[in-house]
Design a binder for this molecule. Structure first.
Ligand code: FAD
Length: 441
């Protein structure tokens, strides 16, 4: 029966007002409780959720994550180079969230650590006993004037950091015949600090193999003052760029892209006169500025830099002892990589388990991180280091050397380890193997 037949317009208004406020209050009053809440279904979130489903039992872990797809982001360098496809790097989120873990497909928008509650965008309040924050980094493409428009409309402007623009990278490499190819590095912390260079070395190799390199000038324009943060690997990379005739320009931070005139505008970061530099591009690979996600940055859980404020060794929150953090969204002062997350996952598991069992936290993270610096279509330098920027290499060979074995490991073994070991909570980094292969070092 049509409601208009039995109600006057005033009556209809009244009914719809009541039903609106009823559904609003339902959304507001949606409450959930769990023992352990994990925010983020990326590398850190899935691997720690898997560990704790085993530790505290199915039905006790809840995970909040808005995305449908989980990406193995370390493969994106190879996708940009045309070695793997975007599909190779993805799985449905449903398939990687551990069974026994409840998935709330939503975004965390508010943290209330005093009342142990997280609120989602749809208005669900989730109350927890323990919380793991694993929200990764936010990509701030919009902070560079004209960049989003350029990524959308200019086929020569690409970025391996975002699935939508990553798929443009290899076609743009294939298309370029001559001119200026520019690769950028921003003035914020980023994930995988080697990735802005890795795609440059692949591009160099690709253009060489296709006989075009003589006609293409390659420049690495970085806001930093060094090519890489660890001296041993920085020295090797400096030799490589020199040998391959790649220009490296320090202290240049991309602030604007003008696709109509094919110009990239950089702020000169070591100038106090607000100097800028305009460079013409025919190919532009952009690494965007990054930050912790807004919802986290606007909470009381962060330090003055906006990252989750944890003890860098125990990964326990500095103020709220039932909260732990892992991965890129934390203020742990190490290079933000999936390899670092693997090592942190083991520490977090031990320390949060101790808190749950009423024991002191004792396991300490040494800052282990790793960056497989792909330097061509067949070679890789496997950088591994600690908090102090000291090499912490797994294999008993000089890992600062470009090696085919390391490239094959990056291409075949690491993805297998990620999907089958790490996301299932069974991989805590290569610490044990390092001790065996390096006789206890
Ligand atoms: P992520 O894996 O990014 O996961 C964060 C999750 O949190 C996401 O699923 C996101 O949707 C979710 N989230 C965000 N906001 C909210 C919210 N408000 N509510 C709920 N959920 C939210 N690492 C390596 O070790 N080796 C490499 O060779 C390497 N190469 C890389 C190359 C590229 C091009 C890129 C992009 C990354 C690379 N990395 C590499 C880095 C690595 O992928 C990250 O360091 C790692 O994924 C970090 O894990 P995470 O759990 O901290 O964050």
């Amino acid at each position: 029966m049509n409601s208009q037949k039995i109600c006057s317009p005033g009556c209809i208004n009244f009914i719809s007002q009541i039903s609106r406020s009823f559904s609003k209050s339902c959304a507001r009053e949606s409450q959930k409780k769990c023992r352990l809440l994990v925010i983020g279904g990326g590398t850190g979130g899935c691997s720690t959720a898997a560990k704790f489903v085993r530790k505290i039992g199915a039905g006790n872990v809840t995970l909040i994550e808005p995305a449908d797809t989980h990406y193995y982001q370390p493969m994106w360098t190879l996708v940009g180079g045309g070695i793997k496809s975007l599909d190779d790097s993805s799985r449905s989120m449903k398939s990687v969230i551990p069974s026994g873990c409840e998935w709330i497909k939503d975004k965390a928008v508010k943290f209330d650590p005093i009342n142990n509650t997280v609120t989602t965008a749809n208005g669900t309040n989730v109350q927890y006993e323990y919380l793991i924050v694993a929200m990764g980094l936010q990509l701030n493409y919009g902070h560079v004037k004209g960049l989003l428009e350029a990524l959308e409309h200019d086929p020569a402007v690409v970025s391996n950091y975002w699935d939508k623009s990553l798929v443009k990278t290899f076609p743009a490499l294939q298309k370029l015949q001559s001119g200026n190819a520019i690769f950028t590095f921003p003035n914020t912390p980023i994930k995988c600090a080697g990735a802005p260079q890795k795609i440059m070395y692949l591009a160099d190799d690709f253009w060489r193999k296709n006989g075009r390199r003589e006609n293409i000038n390659i420049s690495f324009n970085t806001a930093l003052g060094v090519i890489f943060g660890v001296k041993k690997y920085a020295d090797r990379l400096s030799e490589i760029v020199k040998k391959r005739n790649i220009g490296v320009n320090f202290n240049l931070n991309l602030i604007e892209v003008k696709p109509e005139s094919k110009e990239a505008i950089f702020a000169v970061t070591n100038s106090d006169k607000g100097e800028t530099k305009s460079v013409k591009y025919d190919f532009l690979h952009v690494t965007p500025p990054m930050s912790s996600p807004d919802a986290l940055r606007e909470s009381t859980l962060v330090d003055q830099t906006g990252y989750l404020n944890v003890n860098k060794e125990t990964l326990q929150h500095m103020e709220y002892k039932n909260i732990f953090g892992i991965g890129d969204c934390t203020n742990v002062p190490t290079s933000k990589t999936a390899a670092a997350v693997a090592a942190q996952a083991g520490i977090l598991k031990t320390n949060l388990s101790a808190v749950i069992d009423g024991k002191p936290v004792q396991s300490l993270y040494n800052g282990y991180t790793s960056c497989p610096l792909v330097t061509s279509y067949s070679k890789c330098i496997l950088a591994e280091f600690d908090f102090n920027g000291q090499p912490l290499e797994t294999f008993p060979v000089d890992q600062g050397k470009e090696r085919r074995s390391m490239f094959l490991m990056k291409k075949y073994f690491m993805p297998f380890l990620y999907w089958n070991g790490m996301l299932k909570g069974y991989w805590n980094g290569p610490g044990v193997f390092r001790k065996i292969m390096r006789l206890g070092q």
